[in-house]
Write a new protein. Structure first.
Length: 168
């Protein structure tokens, strides 16, 4: 999968993302980003991914789900116990529904988004350790700042910030 140069939020998708993903605060919210990979639509031949649909998802994280690492359930982050306040998981059934819908609409799931209601919009060590595939990770902090990251899970995990554009 090729790393995009720019993530472009169309038709007020950034507003929809902020509204939906920050609604469950203080818990982390999550969503899927759906749109198109618009290759070479600029003079510099940049790889632009255009987000045209926000697919809000429920945060279904539970300590005992799918043989989750027991030590992660018992670890505290600062003074917080591991919970939906500092963890998230997207329901796989919602992912499948979103994938089927996107395919019918000739769109793609471009990546996921989640919130950090009480911290920065930078992937945490836990975000990176629980991310198993190369792709787009978008994070929103409690103030509504949106940042996009490309997580490369090849031989060595790397993280690159991706430029964001907002278009109506």
């Amino acid at each position: 999968m090729n790393q995009p140069t720019i993530i472009r939020f169309k038709s007020k998708c950034d507003e929809a993302l902020r509204k939906n993903i920050l609604a469950p605060a203080p818990e982390e919210g999550c969503a899927l980003l759906i749109g198109t990979k618009a290759n070479g639509k600029t003079l510099t031949n940049e790889l632009i991914w255009e987000v045209s649909v926000i697919w809000p998802c429920c945060n279904v994280w539970e300590c005992n789900m799918q043989n989750f690492h027991k030590n992660q359930c018992q670890k505290n982050i600062g003074q917080e116990k591991a919970s939906r306040i500092n963890r998230f998981a997207i329901d796989p059934r919602e992912q499948l529904r979103a994938q089927k819908w996107a395919r019918n609409e000739k769109l793609s799931i471009l990546g996921s988004a989640h919130s950090h209601p009480s911290s920065s919009a930078i992937p945490s060590k836990l975000d990176l350790s629980m991310n198993y595939s190369t792709g787009l990770m978008t994070i929103i902090n409690g103030l509504g700042e949106i940042r996009a990251w490309w997580v490369n899970n090849q031989t060595k995990k790397t993280l690159t910030e991706i430029k964001i554009q907002f278009h109506s």
